[in-house]
Design a protein around this ligand. Structure first.
Ligand SMILES: [Zn+2]
Ligand SMILES: [Zn+2]
Length: 440
């Protein structure tokens, strides 16, 4: 386990050919010279070329480290947030901490921000959550994010896990953060959305980080891999539905309300579960509370607890062809083969006239079945037939938003607004875990 505050390497740009950077204040180069102002970084045969605004070359090296003098920051243009997700947009973003450029192939480089964990968290919480969210919720989010990150860094040092199993008729794939090489996390939702100091750090977020500084969620002497997502849909999910086949005790499936829902165990139960609206903390339509939790762009998804997606058969054939690269021919059946306790599918059989393939796990299923991503893989499919007996439309009734493993963010925010404290909220979602202050 760690004994002091770690430094985090965050990739702001991954595999870029060119980047425009503006230094606000002076940065030191390895040779001791200081630079400021506008710069261009260009990939050049396994190296990175750094030029100033006039085009004059400053450096050509495989790796370039720029260290800010007190108060200095840098701005990067063209940072995409929400890559491939339905709310993708481009922002100009500003960052504190070191700027590190590292060639990653002959004609690309990574632009990395090196920053202390607590500073990183302050930004992540500000980026992912609205500044006016309830304080106990922000503290909950701070402890979860801190724990997840450090657990992930420890896991990354361990052996790599195989994350794609591909045969002729079956593709089971998942993504985890140990996919990253040369840095710890990316700045997008794949890891945690990080927008540097672009978002102004609110008093509330600052207080949440400060009051929980160095505090982690632990279980059996280890820091918990405290995953989180937007809404469980009423019941939380277990780890192997989304990632490799291991099931830590603290990531058991729990019912997201005071009473107990039983887990989903069959297709009949999944249909009942997803077509009804059982009470749960994350079932809120309280617009004011939601706007106090989520930054503006996440409010573009109003129906997350129970949702519906309708495709004509041809539309779905086209989406599948585009997203999976497989031509299924005329779609005949979409059949869930395995679900986790929240109803999330992790093996789905897609039957067509030309090809039949089994796909998993949850994120791959969400990717295949939507132009962006389905909100979750907890859904039941109804094939609607025309008068001639052919399938005309596929209707998906779904529930929840995200992988469902660990902390339900909207549920946690509702709990906080009902007066629950950070310990109570975390104990609700992470069975048997405890809080521990590891550094001051
Ligand atoms: Zn990532
Ligand atoms: Zn929930």
């Amino acid at each position: 386990m760690i004994d002091r505050e770690p430094e985090i390497k965050v990739a702001l740009l991954q595999s870029y050919k060119e980047a425009r950077i503006a230094l606000r204040g002076r940065f030191l180069l390895p040779d001791g010279n200081a630079i400021d102002g506008r710069l261009t970084a260009l990939a050049d045969r396994g190296k990175v070329e750094l030029s100033d605004y006039s085009g004059k070359k400053i450096l050509l090296q495989k790796e370039i480290l720029l260290i800010p003098e007190s108060g200095a920051s840098f701005t990067v243009s063209d940072v995409k947030i929400g890559i491939d997700f339905h709310w993708q947009r481009i922002q100009e973003q500003s960052f504190r901490g070191n700027l590190f450029l590292s060639a990653c192939s002959n004609f690309s480089f990574n632009l990395i921000n090196e920053i202390l964990l607590e500073d990183y968290l302050e930004s992540v919480i500000s980026s992912e959550m609205s500044a006016v969210a309830p304080l106990e919720f922000l503290k909950t989010q701070a402890v979860a994010a801190r724990s997840w990150l450090v657990a992930m860094l420890a896991k990354k040092k361990a052996a790599r896990v195989l994350s794609v199993l591909r045969t002729e008729n079956e593709i089971i794939a998942w993504q985890d953060v140990n996919d990253h090489e040369g840095y710890d996390v990316c700045a997008d939702d794949h890891c945690q959305r990080y927008q540097g100091i672009t978002r102004i750090i609110s008093k509330n977020v600052h207080e949440a980080i400060d009051e929980t500084r160095g505090i982690f969620l632990v279980h059996n002497g280890e820091i918990c891999d405290a995953r989180y997502y937007k809404s469980c849909g009423g019941q939380t999910e277990i780890f192997p539905t989304a990632w490799e086949d291991e099931s830590p005790d603290y990531l058991a499936s729990v019912s997201d309300e005071a009473g107990q829902h039983p887990p989903v165990r069959s297709e009949t139960e999944a249909r009942q579960w997803l077509k009804s609206r059982p009470a749960a903390y994350c079932d809120t339509t309280d617009k004011k509370l939601l706007s106090n939790i989520l930054p503006a762009f996440d409010q573009e998804t109003p129906d997350f607890y129970r949702w519906q997606v309708v495709y004509t058969r041809k539309e779905l054939e086209e989406v599948l062809r585009k997203k999976s690269g497989i031509d299924f021919g005329v779609l005949q059946k979409i059949e869930p083969l395995a679900r986790g306790p929240s109803g999330r599918i992790y093996r789905l059989k897609i039957e067509g006239s030309r090809k039949t393939v089994i796909v998993g796990k949850e994120l791959e299923i969400r990717r295949w079945l939507s132009e962006s991503y389905l909100l979750s893989s907890a859904f039941v499919v109804t094939a609607e037939r025309n008068t001639n007996g052919e399938i005309g439309r596929f209707i998906l009734h779904g529930g929840g938003w995200g992988h469902g493993v660990g902390l339900c963010q909207i549920g946690a925010a509702v709990m906080a607004s009902k007066g629950f404290k950070v310990e109570e909220i975390l104990m609700h979602y992470f069975t048997g875990a405890q809080l521990k202050k590891i550094y001051k």
